[in-house]
Design a protein around this ligand. Sequence first.
Ligand SMILES: C[C@H](O)[C@H](O)[C@H]1CNC2=NC(N)=NC(=O)C2=N1
Length: 116
Amino acid sequence: MPSSLADEPVEHAEEGEEPLTDDEYAEYLAELGDAWEVVDDHHLEASYEFEDFAAALAFTNDVGELAEEEWHHPDIHLSWGEVGVEMWSHDIDGLHESDFVMAARMDQSYAEYGDD
Ligand SMILES: C[C@H](O)[C@H](O)[C@H]1CNC2=NC(N)=NC(=O)C2=N1
């Protein structure tokens, strides 16, 4: 069973490394949930929906803990019932495999907020 993207380590971009091109990131994007899209070949963007503000805040905190653990941080927009996320590698001002790993980890976390 091939390892899923979420199981990959978050390895930061090397100094001077080029951002991924659309051909290079296509395979990673295909492994992410439907919430994600690439914007301007620069960053990943997703919007996750929740039943209320409290659930959206809890997810925001989960993402924040993940970001601190991996030292790889998204921009997060918290609203009532919705969390918007943007993910890219500041060091190379573009996309790196680590951004897709983080997005896959966020999808995994979101799966725990089922519509029960
Ligand atoms: C100043 C701090 O070390 C840098 O911002 C680290 C931590 N978090 C980061 N997060 C993201 N998304 N990209 C980075 O290059 C990055 N580098």
